[in-house]
Design a protein around this ligand. Structure first.
Ligand code: NAD
Ligand code: G6P
Ligand code: MN
Length: 441
């Protein structure tokens, strides 16, 4: 392990950046870093985070060269890994993504339904731009992407940059597996061996075992029937809206006695209830702006003011260490088994080979090798075919500038009741996104 790596965090001004920096510092023995750069297209926002992180780095790892920039050439030259978490349009646009569909009694969500499609139409251009910078300035680098909506972003890169060295990953299964491990009485999610398939934010665990081969599924299912994925342990304390989400799993997990579902399926299987409980004036975007965003930026400003990060409020985002696991798998050919969003290519035998699916892969220096899933049941297959069509149509709409395809995409979403409502939502979204979307004809 002589080599030290050069990393750029794209979306340096993200609310997650300080936690990621703390996590990278805590993992330097596993993943040594010589240079860390921040890149963002909002200099002011990034500067606040960079000032604080610069102080943290100076105090904890003065050998790491650190720089924050908005200049692509500076950011992407001499880079081994890009860790990308951009949010094109920031929270102001997330708020509109959530509130516009709600006007028409359709759920408003960051990555699901019309809100997710709207966000996708903004993200595609931003992600493609970063891939092009990477290929121009550091063609041997890998991009580890967790910018959302990951499903649409992954389909866009498959279609538009098929050779790009980008790996798309999501932390939701990791977060749920941490909960499952605790329910099963295990210390770590890595004490479990799982099988899972689906699309991003749209999948199911089919097997959960410990390393001795004991089936943990019955115990976890029994618990889920009582409490969903909620735990009393303060380590798993969640924002109220996330507790509601973890709880709601109770309502639909029984649809299939052989699996456990991803929480995001609530938006497709309990859509009426989600709309009923929604606060149209105050959505998750408002909650995050008043919560995580405010806390993170207040703390960054405080650190900059006092000039030291001693006793700082940032904790190691340990669950984000999956990003280091992924970088290590590429860098050291570790052959770790991880859930990634990859082209199906027959892994799910009765499903579109060109669909971007979330399945276990063995990850080594040449990227992911997906494991075979086999044939999936009609229930999941039907749901996934509808959803993957939404995602593919959205990407086609972006690439072709097609109003019709985007109208079809929104109409096809299981969260939307009719073509008429889809059109009303679409027309409002076009107006709201005029600075971000390609022109649609
Ligand atoms: P945020 O708004 O705080 O940060 C995003 C940053 O990206 C902002 O500083 C913004 O200026 C910057 N940005 C926007 N467009 C850009 C562009 N074209 N080029 C460079 N920078 C750009 O958002 P956040 O809540 O911290 O989330 C960041 C991203 O991470 C979101 O996409 C979110 O959905 C995603 N996320 C994904 C997962 C996952 O499981 N895949 C988990 C958590 C967060
Ligand atoms: C999970 C998902 C992410 C999503 C995030 C939203 O971690 O996997 O894809 O971005 O939740 O969280 P927020 O706190 O911003 O609503
Ligand atoms: Mn996710």
């Amino acid at each position: 392990m002589d080599k030290k790596f050069s990393v750029v965090v794209a979306g340096g001004g993200s609310t997650f950046t300080p936690g990621i920096v703390m996590m990278l510092l805590a993992n330097l023995d596993r993943f040594p870093i010589r240079k860390l750069k921040f890149y963002d297209n909002d200099a002011k926002r990034q500067e606040i985070v960079a000032k604080a992180c610069g102080i943290i780095l100076r105090e904890k790892a003065p050998d790491i060269e650190f720089e924050a920039t908005t200049d692509p050439q500076t950011a992407f030259s001499d880079i081994d890994f890009i860790m990308a978490h951009i949010r094109v349009g920031k929270y102001a646009m997330r708020e509109l993504d959530e509130k516009i569909p709600l006007k028409y009694d359709v759920l408003g969500q960051e990555t699901c339904g019309p809100g997710g499609i709207s966000y996708g139409m903004r993200s595609i251009g931003g992600i493609i731009e970063i891939i092009d910078y990477m290929e121009k300035y550091s063609p041997n680098a890998w991009m580890l992407n967790y910018s959302n909506p990951a499903a649409i972003v992954a389909e866009a890169t498959r279609k538009l940059r098929p050779k790009a060295k980008i790996l798309n990953i999501c932390d939701m299964p990791i977060g749920i597996e941490r909960r499952m491990a605790a329910i099963a009485g295990l210390k770590s999610r890595k004490d479990m061996e799982i099988r899972y398939y689906g699309l991003n934010h749209f999948g199911w665990w089919t097997s959960i075992m410990d390393h001795q081969g004991n089936d943990l599924m019955p115990k976890i299912r029994e618990y889920v029937g009582q409490k969903g994925y909620n735990l009393d342990d303060p380590e798993f304390k969640a924002d109220p809206s996330w507790s509601v989400t973890y709880d709601m799993v109770k309502e639909f997990y029984q649809l299939d006695p052989n699996t456990l579902p991803n929480t995001y399926l609530k938006y497709y299987l309990c859509q009426d209830e989600v709309v009923e409980h929604a606060n149209r004036e105050y959505t998750r975007a408002n909650e995050v702006m008043a919560g995580r965003e405010k806390t993170v930026f207040t703390e960054c400003r405080r650190i900059a003011e006092v000039g030291t990060a001693k006793n700082c409020g940032f904790e190691v985002d340990e669950h984000a260490s999956y990003i280091v696991d992924l970088a290590r798998a590429i860098a050291y050919n570790s052959k770790e088994r991880m859930l990634l969003i990859v082209e199906n290519k027959g892994a799910i035998s009765n499903f579109d080979p060109t669909a971007m699916v979330e399945i276990p892969c063995i990850v080594g220096c040449n990227g992911p090798e997906p494991l075979t899933v086999g044939a999936i049941p009609q229930f999941q297959k039907g749901l996934m075919e509808q959803q993957v069509s939404v995602e593919k149509l959205a990407v086609e709409a972006w690439a072709e500038g097609s109003y019709l395809k985007l109208w079809q995409a929104i109409t096809m979403s299981k969260t939307v009741p009719s073509a008429r409502v889809a059109k009303q939502i679409l027309d409002d979204l076009i107006e709201a996104n005029k600075d971000y979307w390609p022109e649609l004809k």
